[in-house]
Design a protein around this ligand. Structure first.
Ligand code: NAD
Ligand code: GLY
Length: 341
């Protein structure tokens, strides 16, 4: 299956289970980490034909998603004398994809890159849409660029080595898309298991189509792309309170969606029964759905650290029934404290 991301001259395709050969008459550098390289680098190398091919290996982990690692990748690019026609290939999860894309956006004022995502989260979300970047001491993904890849290759074969928790974290992002954009897909998720290969491929295709539509309409998150942040306003506070060490991002999103659902319920956007159905699908994949809020006031104040809280207004993406959404930035402090308590 091939899915088009329509962005005029920046358009590209997402290929799902169609990686046969990547043929380039330029230099290529694959950026990966030791975990992924041990499992999947040989497979990828067997599919690349290029004038020269280098491998750049960086340490594994979100804690390395920083300027130091960007500089390491850049220095390797210069050492291998990559030129403006050279192509970077990201082989890994969202961390590798975001950093490779960022280097591609700045190396010699911008070169081309290809995404080969190896986590479920990266296949259905991070590799598509051109958000690239790194973290710094002020927060996550605060430095970066919109830089679209020239192609994305999602291979379900790579997911077979993914730890169970990482798989479920990706499922949380899939549930996010179903709840806000596609009721039929949500009902399909209720009835089917993503541990069945053909179901997984179908669901990845569904999510990439949703993301393709959103990104094609709003590349720079000036409108509808923000809906992909359902659950994230609460999630960011939880990640921050737990020092990014207790929950994987997708797990935080799962809890965040449950909290957003309580708020949606309070505002008569979502029924209790619909909220329970969403929770059931999250729990089917052993995702966490509860969190103890020590101080509602402190939690509330932390909303304002979010880079999406503009002009002191907190933006919430809420489900409107299942399969639709509402964007609210005028919810009173009293209502929010009531939910948090
Ligand atoms: P990750 O890249 O850290 O990968 C998770 C772990 O799985 C890592 O240890 C990795 O080495 C390992 N791994 C990767 N593929 C594997 C495989 N096939 N088998 C076994 N292990 C494998 O995490 P992630 O969840 O993929 O991505 C999270 C990152 O993505 C965050 O930095 C987040 O900010 C970013 N993100 C970006 C976007 C975007 O639009 N650009 C969207 C969502 C998330
Ligand atoms: N993951 C959210 C986005 O791409 O906008």
């Amino acid at each position: 299956m091939q899915i088009d991301i329509n962005l005029q001259e920046k358009s590209y395709k997402v290929f799902i289970n169609e990686l046969k050969k990547i043929s380039l008459d330029t230099k290529v550098a694959i950026v990966t980490n030791p975990t992924v390289s041990a499992l999947h680098l040989d497979t990828l190398l067997g599919k690349i034909a290029a004038s020269e091919c280098f491998v750049i290996t960086i340490p594994d982990g979100e804690q390395y998603k920083n300027f130091e690692t960007i500089n390491t990748i850049l220095e390797e690019c210069f050492t291998h004398r990559l030129d403006r026609k050279s192509v970077l290939i990201a082989l890994g999860g969202g961390v590798i994809g975001d950093m490779t894309g960022f280097v591609a956006s700045i190396y010699q004022r911008g070169i081309s890159f290809i995404q080969v995502p190896t986590t479920l989260l990266a296949q259905v979300d991070a590799s598509v849409g051109g958000k690239t970047g790194i973290n710094n001491k002020f927060g996550k993904n605060l430095v970066g660029a919109f830089w679209q890849p020239r192609a994305v290759y999602c291979e379900t074969e790579f997911l077979k080595t993914l730890p169970k928790r990482e798989f479920s974290a990706g499922v949380a992002e899939m549930i996010k898309m179903a709840v806000t954009f596609d009721k039929d897909f949500f009902e399909w998720l209720e009835l089917n298991s993503l541990h069945v290969e053909k179901n997984l491929q179908y669901a990845i295709e569904k999510c990439v189509k949703i993301k393709a539509d959103v990104v094609s309409r709003d590349e720079r998150e000036e409108g509808i792309r923000a809906v992909l942040n359902y659950g994230h306003t609460f999630c960011h506070v939880i990640e921050n309170e737990t020092n990014y060490s207790t929950y994987l991002h997708g797990e935080g999103v799962a809890i965040g969606m449950v909290l957003a659902n309580s708020l949606a319920n309070r505002l008569d956007l979502l029924s209790v029964e619909e909220g329970k159905r969403i929770q059931n699908v999250l729990e089917k994949y052993d995702l966490p759905t509860s969190y103890t809020i020590a101080s509602a006031e402190k939690f509330y104040d932390s909303f304002f650290l979010d880079k999406k809280s503009a002009n002191k207004k907190i933006k919430f993406i809420l489900p409107k029934g299942i399969g639709d959404f509402a964007i609210k930035d005028d919810i009173s402090k009293d209502v929010l404290l009531e939910i948090l308590q």
